[in-house]
Ligand binder design. Structure first.
Ligand code: MG
Length: 461
């Protein structure tokens, strides 16, 4: 992660920047005003009259959160929107609160798993969907052009607060699982909430499911005790504690609690790729579809094939996955970064529904998690990244198509090349100034070789 002089990132994932450098209160207020102005121009169905758009505004636990929140609230309010502050809450919690409040949109102040110096702002539409590419481009254009619709003073509305978003989120999740089944299994779990926004929601959920909880870094202080991305090297303590305490499962959330990584009862890091795979194993039925982005493990293809289901592949980014879900009547979708989406409760990745489904899976199968995992064919996935040169991006599709002319090529998002038993996907990141190369094969050596082939073709250093 670049932490010096990184430019402001504006994409389908919203805005991210370094606090005090590329991300200042001025920038945050302008982004709020851009979104507020866009909401006035794009009324939700049934609210085409002149009622002020309502926006649910939440944040993760970062130290910069209150400052950025105040600036975004100010920008939103300046356009005559009604701002309802939902406080520190997971990203899916904000989406669910927005829906509960019949809001016209939501905004989440978070830089997700980026380190402490970062923050960001993620917009959500009235239906909790991150604005799709054309809407996102329009919001960004308004931001760049200072194309704001400021209200006059009698059009300004006082802020309101909604402090119970965590309970609403958990109630929605509980309605989708067999609470009695999970309770009867007498499960225990270790959870690492990384002092992020999702600790309260995790605690409420596990309490309601009768799961004995050992909670690491529960308080939402924003003082991340380790690098907050929920990857193996950052979750050593979770692994050790899960094994030591004999818990049935270990869960790790990222700071805005939309991602979920899993550790088995032996303390072995199963990894984020397994979050969607295990949920699909548990929930996907015959004839049903699950949506996954192009960088997500083929484990989900095997699981779908096994039950006569179908996998919809989409470009990376939650908005793209949920679009694929809506287009194909899929209730389940996700991304290989531990992002699981059930669009019956929200249109964003949700660590809380992920925990509930994994606990229900363990309870239903009456097997240790390590045994359940063995039912899924294993692959090796290698995720690499490199600094990005704009010239490389321009020539990438042509170079890749020329080099891999014999293989199946998908150009929905960067370039993905498929063989019978392996694939490689290269694309620019939406949230960081880098290019990502991801490969999956039956073993690590082959996956690494695919990554190296792409690095050679594109001349990445
Ligand atoms: Mg996140």
């Amino acid at each position: 992660m670049t932490t010096n002089n990184a430019p402001l990132m504006l994409s389908i994932s919203g805005m991210r920047g370094l606090v005090g450098k590329s991300l200042t209160p001025t920038v945050a207020a302008r982004f709020g005003a851009a979104f507020g102005s866009w909401l006035w121009a794009n009324r939700r169905p049934g609210n085409e009259d002149n009622a002020a758009p309502v926006v649910a505004l939440g944040r993760d636990s970062r130290q910069s959160g209150p400052m950025i929140e105040a600036a975004v609230a100010s920008g939103l309010a300046s356009t005559g929107c009604k701002v309802i502050r939902v406080g520190i809450l997971s990203t899916p919690g904000v989406a669910i609160a927005a829906n509960h409040l019949s809001a016209d949109g939501g905004m989440v102040i978070t830089a997700s798993h980026n380190p402490f110096p970062w923050n960001g702002v993620k917009p959500l539409r009235h239906d909790g969907v991150a604005p799709p590419p054309e809407d996102s481009a329009n919001i960004i254009e308004r931001f760049h052009n200072n194309d704001f619709k400021y209200a006059e003073v009698d059009g300004l509305i006082r802020f309101e607060d909604f402090p119970t978003g965590d309970k609403h989120h958990v109630d929605e999740v509980l309605a989708l699982v067999d609470v009695d089944l999970i309770k009867s299994a007498n499960l225990s779990a270790t959870v690492d909430s990384v002092h992020g926004a999702g600790g309260d929601e995790a605690r409420h959920l596990l309490h309601a499911l009768g799961v004995k909880l050992h909670h690491l870094y529960a308080a939402p202080t924003g003082d991340f005790p380790h690098i907050p991305e929920p990857t193996k090297e950052n979750l050593v303590e979770l692994s050790e504690q899960t094994a030591k305490l004999g818990a049935d499962v270990g869960f790790a959330q990222d700071p805005d609690a939309d991602r979920l990584a899993i550790v088995d009862e032996n303390g072995t890091y199963i990894g984020e790729e397994y979050t969607l795979a295990l949920c699909a194993l548990h929930k996907l039925g015959q004839g049903q579809s699950v949506a996954a982005n192009l960088s997500t493990s083929r484990m989900v293809d095997d699981i779908a094939a096994n039950v006569g289901g179908k996998v919809i592949r989409t470009p990376v980014g939650e908005a793209n996955v949920t679009q694929g879900m809506r287009d194909n009547n899929a209730t389940l979708g996700g991304e290989g970064n531990g992002g699981i989406i059930d669009n019956r409760i929200s249109q964003v990745r949700d660590s809380i529904i992920g925990m509930a489904y994994i606990l229900e899976l363990i309870a239903a199968r009456k097997q240790p998690l390590s045994e359940i995992v063995k039912d899924i064919p294993a692959y090796a996935i290698v995720k690499d990244k490199a600094g990005v040169d704009p010239e490389v991006l321009k020539t990438m599709p042509d170079k890749m198509q020329a080099a891999f002319a014999e293989q199946r090529i998908d150009l929905q998002d960067g370039v993905r090349i498929d063989w019978e038993d392996k694939w490689v996907h290269v694309r620019p990141s939406n949230t960081e100034p880098i290019i990502r190369v991801i490969a999956e094969a039956s073993d690590e050596a082959q996956a690494k070789e695919l990554v190296q082939q792409v690095r050679d073709v594109l001349g990445l250093v």
